[in-house]
Design a protein around this ligand. Sequence first.
Ligand code: ADP
Ligand code: DP6
Ligand code: CO
Length: 348
Amino acid sequence: MREHPAAQLRERGTGPVATAVAHPNIALIKYWGKRDEHLVLPRTDSLSMTLDILPTTTRVHRDPEAAHDTVTLNGRPAEGEALRRVIAFLDLVRDRSGLPHGSVVASENTVATGAGLASSASGFAALAVAAAASYGLALDATALSRLARRGSGSACRSVFGGFAVWHAGPDSGTGAEADLHSYAEPVPVGDLDPALVVAVVDAGPKAVSSRAAMRRTVHTSPLYEPWAVSSRGDLTEMRAALLAGDIETVGDIAERNALGMHATMLAARPAVRYLAPATLTVLDRVLGLRRDGTPAYATMDAGPNVKVLCRRTDADRVAEAVRDAVPGCTTRVAVPGPGARLVDGAGR
Ligand code: ADP
Ligand code: DP6
Ligand code: CO
């Protein structure tokens, strides 16, 4: 039987090992659409909350003798596009470090992969931090955010804890100069005690990746430009509402921004529809909660699952109401969580 590559490396004792943990983030102002596919430069700014639950742990073991990368994702060898994305990411790190070495990468998500619950965000934030350490790149948080962005745009926000804004960078810019101007940073927040109730109605992988769906939307949806324009105004209003600690306004803006994003996809050709019947049932329930006086607001990403923004003190009741509305729906309550960080091999 062939020995597992990681065990071989341990025996030879070559190459540094680094392990990182990162959490998913959920955008209140969405990133939807790139202006540069290669550099992962977005069309608009976006703003998110990093969660305190559902972390990804990624271990990178650089081997000076390896010409190729070996990648396992959730205990299985990565294949196809998932493998290509990790290798392309490591190529960037190899370029910058000047070390051509291959690596053994093992990543475990606790969030469902490809279900619209931001696995690419926690996944590439953790990979950026672990790979940078393993290849000896001394990067500050801003540089790590830029790097994580190259793996998956939303990942640049998971480098930071709490609330973060991702600057698109100057409108016209592309190339190396534009790369420098597009990164996330923490957002100041006033007296807000928020929770996001993560309501999972379907944990299965999406049929169309976020990447492909946003590309199709930008290229074919007549509603894309109007949404992008209005999203800029949403971001300005959102920053003010966060500073003011005004959860009703924060929720209201987040909900309209997300529904608008889904409208752009529904108008794409062919249409991209992530919203399922159960999604709409949760939306109705959230509306009912609001009518009864509980501030609760929904946001959905590239998948059928819903995240409900509410006060932390209302979160258990909101979660129960959502579960009651949809048979089989499971919920988790998240509050603002930490940024991506290096841990020891045991994940501490
Ligand atoms: P999601 O809604 O989960 O972010 P995406 O379509 O944006 O879905 O991205 C899913 C893809 O992200 C996966 O198919 C895989 O290519 C990549 N991905 C997810 N988790 C990881 C991880 N831990 N490490 C590396 N890549 C990952
Ligand atoms: C709907 O960051 O997953 O979740 O950059 O192509 O990897 P790529 O896309 P990704 O897109 C996330 C889209 C979203 C909104 C958001 O997180 O802002
Ligand atoms: Co994603």
